[in-house]
Design a protein around this ligand. Structure first.
Ligand code: HEC
Ligand code: HEC
Ligand code: HEC
Ligand code: HEC
Length: 457
């Protein structure tokens, strides 16, 4: 008897069996109840909503580990196209947070992302607090549309207050967008005036619903999470609230939506690793709205969007140019470098150097070359010795400092090599985690990893 129910206690079997039952259900045309909804309308036309947010400049995930290989603008392009082909009525929305801050490479990314959003045909996008880092240019890319910020006035450009879409069966959907006034407090926000989100809703919500004859209202928020929850509770007239903004870009938690009778609160996935998808039925006549939700994981089975590839290629060339220019300027550092490269350790630690050469650490720069990203500072950081700490500059100037070498873990070895009695090189697992970080290598654990690369003498 017990044996027959083994699948209940074995999580993999159980999931497998469950998916099999679901598949049979789908084949037989049995529809599933929507999240938390019982008396909902399950038939009739539906509106598909795709949503993203907190992209934080993630154009292409690094591919460092399969567990972290989610998201990226290029895959998102493909996923949106695929869903668009099947859906009659669709809205593609973004809850802001595309950029991270100011840097020359960030500026290159901002161009790529602005063009990407335009080409993916977003219906509504709200700005995040970092999106003004390079002025208003980010919002004015060729083909850009859908920029929305109901409570924001900018001296140099106009954001829309509401975007209305009439669906194929005549129902009307409104999208409004609010940003948190308390996040907009640095010099890049000059020329902006904001009404606090709740104040705006108290003053304008009823008017907007009536003036535009709205059947379903969607609110995009770029606010701290507690405010998002409060707004969802305080304004039941709003059917769908999608909230973005994060205080921790490396936060890996996936927050599932809160779906109640006819409405829902949705949290975007950090770095836009997954695209949220909803099917909304009952909009219009019945006023019995039901919402089904699913995450679309943008993993290696999603190809990069071919129409975004040329601009990504251009971006990579620009990054390379920027990188080479910058490393030439720093060339003088070469003489003053405290790093020696592993050959300098061979004389006294021959066996250790020998075992290290067998590990993937020794080939970490080749890995980047194969990925055609060996000129990207954002990758080099963890794949060479002492990047931006007086070590690796580029292939031509520092050919010996590529890869993860002794000094990547133990620190600069110049003093110790001159005088081995100098205390040197004590480290702990925190050193590993600078590179084997939560975001790049979520399953890192010191003991088994160290076992794989341990020095042998
Ligand atoms: C001239 C010989 C010599 C060279 C060159 C040398 N070491 Fe050492 N190293 C030693 C000796 C001897 C010790 C043991 C010192 C002791 O126990 O006091 C040692 C110890 C160490 C330790 C352990 C330190 C500790 O506190 O436990 C590390 C790590 C280390 N070396 C790394 C390196 C690296 C990396 C390089 C190359 C950049 C290097 N060494 C180059 C001779 C050398
Ligand atoms: C400077 C960044 C950096 C540090 C510090 C670092 N690693 Fe790595 N590690 C990497 C990179 C990059 C790779 C992937 C190399 C590749 O495949 O190209 C890697 C790969 C590995 C692998 C797979 C290698 C293999 O041959 O199977 C193990 C295991 C590993 N690291 C363990 C550790 C441990 C343990 C520490 C700390 C004692 C550590 N790493 C510190 C960057 C780092
Ligand atoms: C924060 C440090 C860090 C950064 C930044 C980083 N990597 Fe890595 N990368 C790692 C580590 C650690 C590993 C090894 C993971 C493991 O095997 O456990 C790795 C492994 C890899 C691998 C090997 C995957 C495999 O198993 O074959 C590729 C490819 C790679 N990285 C590409 C990139 C690219 C491209 C970038 C820049 C977009 C990048 N990395 C940025 C830390 C980093
Ligand atoms: C991935 C990180 C990492 C790299 C790369 C690395 N080491 Fe180590 N090394 C460690 C850790 C971890 C220990 C053990 C902890 C400790 O004693 O500090 C250690 C210990 C040592 C010791 C002390 C003796 C021993 O065997 O425990 C020496 C000497 C040493 N390393 C030399 C080297 C040399 C030389 C290289 C380059 C060929 C190198 N290490 C590369 C992480 C690294």
């Amino acid at each position: 008897m017990l044996k027959d129910f083994h699948f209940l206690t074995n999580p993999h079997r159980f999931l497998f069996t469950l998916s099999l039952l679901l598949l049979i259900g789908v084949v037989l045309g049995i529809s599933l109840p929507s999240n938390g909804e019982i008396n909902s309308v399950q038939t009739g036309p539906s509106l598909t909503i795709l949503y993203s947010g907190n992209t934080l400049e993630e154009i292409k995930p690094c591919g460092c580990t399969p567990e972290a290989d989610f998201g990226g603008l290029l895959r998102r392009g493909t996923a949106i196209k695929e869903v668009r082909e099947k859906a009659k009525d669709i809205l593609v929305l973004d809850a802001g947070g595309n950029l991270k801050g100011t840097s020359p490479q960030g500026r290159l990314k901002s161009n790529l992302i602005a063009n990407g959003l335009a080409s993916m045909g977003y219906d509504a996008v709200i700005p995040g607090e970092n999106d003004f880092a390079y002025g208003t240019g980010f919002f004015q890319a060729e083909g850009a549309r859908g920029w929305l910020a109901s409570n924001l006035r900018h001296a140099k450009m106009e954001f829309q207050e509401i975007i209305v879409k009439e669906l194929s069966w005549g129902a009307r959907v409104g999208v409004i967008g609010l940003v948190d006034d308390r996040l907009f407090d640095d010099p890049s926000h000059q020329g902006i005036t904001l009404t606090p989100p709740e104040e705006f809703l108290k003053a304008r919500l009823q008017g907007l619903l009536q003036e535009n004859k709205i059947d379903l209202l969607i609110l995009l928020l770029h606010v701290r999470e507690p405010l998002g929850k409060k707004i969802f509770e305080d304004f039941p007239e709003i059917n769908i609230v999608i909230t973005g903004h994060t205080e921790d870009p490396d936060d890996e938690e996936i927050k599932d939506p809160i779906i109640q009778k006819g409405r829902g609160l949705f949290f975007v996935d950090n770095r836009a690793r997954r695209l949220g998808q909803m099917e909304v039925r009952g909009i219009g006549n019945e006023k019995k709205i039901s919402i089904n939700h699913a995450w679309l994981p943008l993993n290696e089975s999603t190809e990069d969007d071919p129409s975004l590839k040329p601009s990504f290629q251009r971006y990579k060339e620009n990054v390379k140019e920027l990188f080479l220019k910058k490393s030439e300027i720093k060339k003088k550092q070469r003489e003053a470098t405290p790093f020696l490269a592993s050959d300098a350790c061979t004389a006294c630690h021959e066996e250790i150097v020998h075992t290290w050469k067998e590990t993937r650490h020794a080939h970490a720069l080749e890995t980047l070359r194969e990925a055609r990203q060996s000129y990207d500072p954002e990758c080099l950081k963890c794949h060479v010795v002492g990047f931006e700490k007086g070590g690796y500059l580029n292939d031509a100037i520092t050919p010996d400092l590529g890869g993860v070498q002794c000094e990547s873990c133990h620190g600069p070895g110049k003093e110790h090599s001159k005088d081995p009695s100098v205390k040197y090189g004590k480290l702990n697992e925190e050193t590993c985690k600078e590179c084997h970080s939560k975001a790049r290598d979520p399953s890192f654990s010191f003991e088994p990893y160290w076992e794989r690369i341990r020095h042998r003498e």
